[in-house]
Design a protein around this ligand. Structure first.
Ligand code: PBG
Length: 367
């Protein structure tokens, strides 16, 4: 192997995919890291000695373009209801959501993800409010699109904000029905597409829903609406604060282990991702984020498609709690956390801290 190849294979400015084990050629004299030299000729600290050389050696960066801001929608006018388990996050009425959308656009945030806090009186066992064209999320989509047409809008597709049992699907005799739920999700997706949403994001983990939703959207004339599949979604303890935010916690009976993934598994994640891509998903999501960075890396390396992570409510709550107690520096811990997602291979990150991160990036002169 030529000298040039050796340098290339360890160069920090190359595509960081070269660093992954899967991409490196098998160990041999030319690329064995022992060939990179030894102390005292090699001093790793030399490159770290100054700000300018650290900048040159920097392999990964977080940009405002990497951020998606999830927002919770509430009924009413002028409403901003703080969510106790998510300090700094509030449920906003549609007029306030439009203001937030303007703020996001002005900061350069590419897209918002919308979640409705359905009033308890509208929750039913079949979640029929999900297909009401006048429901909270549809009204919010229309209002934002009218005022801030250029921001990307992502709508979650699942039944849990609308069911009185808090599950993502329809239930019979204590079982979550797969195929009947998929039909309901298709109807929900078409209603949201009619309201003007750009991206349908099924977060329900039913089998076969991506293909069925793709067909339903195409059949209704929405072949340009994108699908972001929550392909790899784990049955996680970190969704607790989210369930407070959408008023589903008190309602949820049991757990979601018959449809969300076992946190112990990663091969299964690749299979889920492959199926959803085959069914027409445009982007993949891994969720939660921080405890699953290994899964993000595996998915990115296996498929080379737009791969997103959800820095979920519980992860945000942990960070905020430690910072609010004075134990961590919020700005620094947040940026380090989000950079970790980039290092793991994420193309974009859904985070409740998107606005905070965008402001910090801008304050440093970044974009
Ligand atoms: C619902 C859904 C959940 C989240 C996003 N969509 C909760 C769940 O599956 O119980 C969690 C997001 C978060 O915790 O921030 N299908």
């Amino acid at each position: 192997m030529s000298q040039k190849t050796i340098v290339r294979s360890v160069s920090p400015v190359e595509d960081n995919a070269l660093y992954t084990k899967a991409r490196l050629p098998a160990a041999q004299p030319g690329n064995d890291l022992r060939m990179a030299g030894a102390f005292p000729r090699v001093r790793m600290r030399r490159m770290r000695g100054a700000e300018w050389s650290r900048r040159l050696a920097c392999e990964n960066a977080l940009s405002v373009s990497d951020l998606i801001w999830p927002l919770f929608i509430a009924e009413g006018q002028g409403v901003s209801e703080p969510i106790a388990s998510m300090p700094g996050v509030a449920r906003l009425s549609i007029d306030r959501i439009v203001e937030a959308a303007r703020e996001a656009r002005d900061l350069g945030i590419p897209a918002l993800a919308l979640f409705p806090a359905t009033p308890p009186s509208l929750k039913t066992s079949d979640g029929r409010e999900s297909i009401n064209p006048e429901n909270l999320i549809c009204r919010a989509i229309r209002a934002i699109k009218e005022d801030v047409p250029d921001i990307g809008l992502i709508a979650d597709v699942a039944l849990d904000p609308y069911t009185d049992h808090g599950h993502d699907g329809l239930i019979e005799d204590g079982k979550i029905l797969n195929d009947e739920t998929v039909d309901a999700l298709c109807a929900q997706a078409v209603v949201q597409a009619r309201a003007g949403v750009d991206v349908i994001a099924p977060s329900d983990m039913m089998d076969g829903r991506i293909g069925a939703i793709r067909d339903a959207l195409d059949g209704a004339g929405f072949s340009d609406v994108l699908i972001l599949s929550y392909a790899v979604k784990y049955a996680s303890a970190f969704y607790g604060p989210f369930r407070d935010a959408v008023n589903s916690k008190g309602f949820l009976k049991g757990d979601k282990k018959t449809y969300q993934m076992d946190p112990a598994n990663t091969d299964e994640a690749l299979r889920e991702a492959a199926l959803d891509l085959g069914e027409g998903a445009d982007m993949l999501m891994v969720k939660p984020g921080l405890p699953y960075l290994d899964v993000i890396r595996r998915v990115k390396d296996a498929f080379h498609v737009p791969t997103l992570a959800y820095h979920v409510s519980g992860e945000y709550a942990m960070l905020r709690a430690a910072c609010d107690a004075g134990w961590l520096d919020y700005d620094k811990a947040l940026m380090e956390t989000l950079l970790g997602f980039k290092r793991a291979g994420c193309d974009a990150i859904l985070t409740y801290a998107a606005r905070d991160a965008a402001r910090l990036i801008r304050a440093r002169g970044g974009v």
